[in-house]
Design a protein around this ligand. Structure first.
Ligand code: PGA
Length: 261
């Protein structure tokens, strides 16, 4: 079963509303050209989300957030909820990015609850998992990653494979310029898919999209996208310039064309 690839931008803590407007205006027509082959998401700071969500409404581009809290309202100073994100046009949300886990102390349990709440609210969560350099060097990559994946799927219960996206992001490759080799990406992502097959069955494993993230750029995207189990990318640095993000969308589009031939 062919999965629709996804190219997702993660702007992190970058761009003013005006910069976001310019970027989105330039991106929309370009993403429309790839609409049939690639799902495009742009996960922006909350201050830009309302405007990007408005501009992208009814377009091929899915506006998204980078985080949220799993309660719907209440005394949670500084947080926003799933209904609030939907209210400003978000269709996707990144959950459990390693920067949230490392800098802001998010636990596996919080990540799993956020993933569950996003699915219930009809927001597509891009759930990030990945190991540190020390964990990889000590041979502990799979223990870490499989544990993170398991905690999420236990919490999700009967959600279908199409209602979530995983992103395998080795922490040592994020923002460092050091990309995992295409083989490393395939190895981890293939194992995640096998684990999902064992625990959730064929339908789930065949429909769930698993992205790679960590220093993806136009120069290395084609090789990574060509891997059998890699369904796209979550991109930080190289998504900040619209031209380089568009090149990544093309790389995903070409990867589709190559599998079809
Ligand atoms: P990077 O970030 O592409 O800048 O490495 C990826 C991410 O953190 O999602």
């Amino acid at each position: 079963m062919a999965r629709h690839p996804m190219m997702a931008a993660n702007w992190k803590m970058n761009k003013t509303v005006r910069e976001a407007e310019e970027y989105t205006a330039a991106l929309l027509p370009r993403a429309a050209d790839a609409e049939e082959e690639v799902d495009v998401a742009v996960c922006v700071p909350l201050t830009c989300l309302h405007e990007v969500g408005r501009m992208a409404e009814d377009s091929a581009v899915m506006a998204g957030a980078q985080n949220f809290y799993y309660e719907d309202s209440g005394a949670y100073t500084g947080e926003v909820s799933a209904p609030m994100l939907l209210d400003v046009g978000a269709r996707v949300v990144i959950v459990g990015h390693s920067e949230r886990r490392e800098v802001f102390g998010e636990t596996d349990e919080m990540v799993a609850r956020k993933a569950k709440r996003a699915v219930e609210a009809d927001l597509l969560p891009i759930i990030c998992v990945g190991e540190t350099k020390e964990e990889r060097d000590a041979g502990g990559m799979w223990e870490k990653v499989s544990d993170q994946v398991r905690q999420v799927i236990e919490e999700l219960e009967d959600a279908g494979g199409e209602s979530i996206v995983f992103a395998y992001e080795p922490i040592w490759a994020i923002g460092t310029g050091e990309t995992a080799t295409p083989e490393d990406a395939q190895d981890a992502i293939g194992r995640i898919r096998d684990l999902l097959r064992e625990t959730k069955g064929d339908d789930f494993a065949d429909t769930v999209r698993i992205l790679y993230g960590g220093s993806v750029k136009p120069e290395n995207a084609a090789e990574i996208m060509a891997q059998k189990d890699v369904d796209g990318a979550l991109v930080g640095g190289a998504s900040l310039e619209v031209e380089s993000f568009v090149e990544l969308i093309w790389a995903a589009q070409n990867a589709v064309a190559q599998t079809e031939n």
